[in-house]
Design a protein around this ligand. Structure first.
Ligand code: HEC
Ligand code: HEC
Ligand code: HEC
Ligand code: HEC
Ligand code: HEC
Length: 335
């Protein structure tokens, strides 16, 4: 925390976040986290082709479809990646996380080795699921055997909270343009409050009933990203206070790590102080970028000289793949 008075307000915010969390916990016992509707992505990064050649497609078509439009599927074909490795003397040092061997081949939490074939499929299904003995690791022990298909079993690395280690293997190292944001998640001990990477980034959306009649939620493999404005808005808590002759908007970070979590992304927050008639009194802004992110479990302040009836807060996100900033947040705050 940057100062004592912010800390008090953050405790209040955390208390309401805790109430929200307990509500969600009731809905989704496996991964209590931010509410997670199916992603509504404004800017699609693209879609991988040649999906029919992937052996899983025949039986897990929906999941393959979801995954195919994510940065994971596109991690190798990504034009930004391809142009960056052209300039590297040792591109092999980059490949481990972009065209990885199955993760279970290494120790949990260690960086994977690059594979030699099917590079097209980037961070592919086997990366996260294939065990050394050929079985598919998943979140549950499946009652009906997958005999004749593939062996499968529950593994800690695919069930909460073990998945954090799986994600962190690639997301905790800062190399090239990569920000090791999983280190933020670890440093703030976010898992302790029930947060998980999967809880926020893999939306729980399909209900299935097992052979014993027990209900379970299946998560989408379509990653939730800040290109979905509604998802991005959830990273921000906002509170208005008056301090002497100044109006202060305290913005708190509700995500699992610093924001923005990727280089080249910019977020601008603009607070407009309005009088009782709705006329502008003054404005204040705060920009978040790689060099000045909003730290994990912390907050930033927008101080506006003067007082008024309310503040209109607007947030704009700039993704380098978009041609203009996207408004993701609009909130009216009263003291
Ligand atoms: C330890 C795993 C790891 C290694 C090694 C790695 N990357 Fe990545 N890369 C990632 C992750 C994770 C992301 C997602 C973005 C992030 O977390 O910052 C990413 C994203 C990227 C992006 C996309 C950025 C964007 O704007 O969308 C590029 C380009 C990239 N990496 C290039 C490289 C280059 C060049 C190297 C070698 C110097 C490299 N990577 C090595 C894990 C890795
Ligand atoms: C980055 C890692 C990662 C990749 C890549 C990945 N998955 Fe998953 N998958 C997961 C995680 C994590 C879960 C567990 C989610 C949960 O706890 O509900 C999961 C769950 C599953 C499940 C079980 C669903 C259920 O709850 O019954 C299947 C089936 C599956 N994945 C298939 C695939 C296929 C097919 C691909 C490739 C198109 C793929 N996965 C790619 C991480 C991954
Ligand atoms: C011939 C059909 C078929 C193919 C091909 C297939 N699977 Fe499956 N898989 C199933 C069935 C059936 C289940 C059990 C029911 C379910 O979860 O959908 C299953 C379950 C799973 C699970 C959940 C395991 C658990 O214990 O939670 C994972 C993960 C998985 N498959 C991954 C894969 C991956 C990755 C591929 C491709 C390399 C693949 N499967 C190919 C039919 C198939
Ligand atoms: C094998 C390495 C690896 C693992 C394991 C991994 N990731 Fe990634 N992830 C990447 C790379 C590489 C990228 C970026 C690819 C690019 O943009 O070129 C990425 C990108 C992302 C993004 C940004 C998506 C976007 O479009 O902006 C999110 C979110 C993400 N990963 C979440 C997760 C979660 C959650 C898990 C754990 C279930 C996980 N990752 C596991 C390598 C990995
Ligand atoms: C409490 C929810 C939450 C948790 C936990 C969480 N994230 Fe995020 N994540 C978000 C939100 C919200 C954003 C959008 C804000 C931003 O752009 O940084 C985001 C952004 C990202 C991005 C940047 C994507 C982009 O295109 O700019 C990556 C990569 C990522 N998260 C990976 C992870 C990984 C890996 C973990 C676990 C170590 C994790 N997240 C844990 C909520 C969460």
């Amino acid at each position: 925390m940057r100062n004592g008075s912010i800390q008090v307000r953050c405790v209040v915010l955390l208390a309401s976040a805790a109430a929200l969390l307990s509500l969600l916990r009731a809905q989704d016992p496996q991964f209590p986290s931010l509410p997670a509707p199916a992603p509504k992505v404004l800017i699609q990064p693209g879609k991988l082709d040649q999906l029919e050649q992937l052996s899983c497609t025949k039986c897990h078509e929906k999941i393959v479809e979801e995954w195919s439009s994510t940065a994971h599927a596109l991690a190798w074909v990504d034009p930004v990646y391809q142009s960056e490795i052209k300039e590297k003397r040792k591109p092999e040092a980059c490949h481990g996380c972009h065209i990885p061997e199955p993760m279970s081949a290494g120790e949990a939490g260690t960086r994977p080795e690059p594979r030699k074939d099917a590079l097209h499929y980037g961070v592919t299904c086997e990366t996260c699921h294939l065990a050394a003995d050929g079985a598919m690791l998943g979140p549950v022990d499946i009652e009906a055997p997958t005999a004749g298909v593939h062996a499968s079993r529950r593994a800690d690395s695919l069930a909460s909270p073990g998945t954090n280690a799986l994600c962190s293997s690639c997301h905790r190292t800062s190399i090239g343009p990569v920000i090791g944001i999983a280190k933020d998640f670890e440093a703030a001990d976010k898992a302790k409050g029930g947060d998980s990477c999967v809880g926020c980034h893999f939306a729980a959306e399909r209900e299935v009933v097992d052979s014993k009649g027990k209900k379970r939620l299946v998560r989408s493999h379509a990653l939730q990203t800040p290109r979905d404005p509604a998802f991005l808005a959830r990273a921000f808590g906002a509170k208005l206070t008056v301090e002497k002759s100044a109006t202060v908007v305290t913005i708190s970070n509700l995500a699992g790590h610093r924001v923005p979590g990727l280089i080249g992304r910019e977020i601008e927050l603009e607070a407009t102080l309005l009088d009782a008639q709705g006329k502008t009194v003054a404005k204040g802004t705060q920009s978040l970028s790689t060099s000045s992110p909003m730290p994990v479990a912390d907050s930033v302040r927008i101080e506006i000289v003067g007082t008024g009836a309310s503040v209109h807060l607007v947030g704009r996100h700039t993704d380098p793949r978009a041609d203009k900033p996207v408004v993701f947040l609009e909130r009216d705050l009263k003291p």
